[in-house]
Design a protein around this ligand. Structure first.
Ligand SMILES: [Zn+2]
Length: 244
């Protein structure tokens, strides 16, 4: 049995089955994750059919508006700072940060999304790369936005090492992911639309997300609770003294 990727515990129990995938729960820390975890290739296949491109993106107008609202709430953390949206899709949040004063970048693995983003928002730097390739560039940031990404990542430890690797000391990360412990989640978790393997391969609680961040050098400094939406939204700070 593989160890829990958050606490390295080896005791797990069956949690629930969905789409012929089994989720287990770690008996030590409560983390809920797919076991066995599908291969990176199998997970990548899920996204192969995204056929966005130059000039078209679903719901672009409402995405622009929502991105601006999101960015307004985070403005103090990125204004005049090197900032990146990891898993940027069509680039809406990266562009909103740029408009509000950030030196903005966006990273996504989807060619269609990045083609759209480069065309629609030419003043933002966009990268169509894997996390590993981007990490090797050695670029670092003061602010990282990563919304609804971590629940898709098969190797969560590698993802956290990536985030830590691009975060300067004192950098802030704003991260969102579904909240499996939220009161709005259906009693039968298999009825929850976020409970959707292999798109979502793990689901967090405040406790497991806090523990994961702590293990990789970050402190959660702010939590944004949504009464009606089962989502975790946190601001974390990379430990160390900022030099900016
Ligand atoms: Zn655990």
């Amino acid at each position: 049995m593989d160890a829990c990727p958050i606490c390295d515990g080896v005791q797990t129990a069956f949690y629930a089955r969905q789409n012929e995938f089994d989720f287990v729960v770690c008996r030590d820390c409560g983390f809920v994750f797919l076991f066995p975890m599908p291969s990176p290739e199998a997970l990548a296949d899920v996204y192969d059919d995204e056929a966005f491109g130059i000039g078209r993106y679903p719901k672009a107008t409402s995405r622009k508006r929502r991105a601006l609202f999101r960015a307004l709430g985070l403005w103090p953390y990125f204004v005049r700072k090197d900032s990146i949206d990891v898993g940027c899709g069509g680039g809406f949040v990266a562009e909103a940060m740029r408009r509000l004063g950030a030196r903005a970048s966006g990273l996504d693995i989807s060619p269609g999304s990045i083609a759209y983003a480069k065309d629609a928002f030419p003043r933002v730097r966009f990268f169509e790369e894997t996390f590993e390739t981007f990490l090797a560039r050695g670029e670092t940031f003061d602010f990282i936005h990563s919304s609804e990404v971590i629940e898709h990542i098969g190797d969560v430890k590698s993802y956290m090492k990536f985030l830590s690797g691009i975060a300067r000391p004192g950098a802030r990360i704003f991260l969102t992911t579904p909240d499996i412990a939220h009161p709005a989640v259906p009693e039968d978790v298999t009825q929850w639309d976020m409970f959707s393997p292999p798109r979502h391969v793990q689901l967090f609680t405040q406790a497991t997300l806090t523990r994961l961040f702590d293990a990789h050098g970050f402190d959660i400094v702010k939590r944004y609770y949504k009464k009606n939406a089962p989502t975790l939204q946190v601001l974390a700070r990379k430990r160390g003294e900022s030099t900016a």
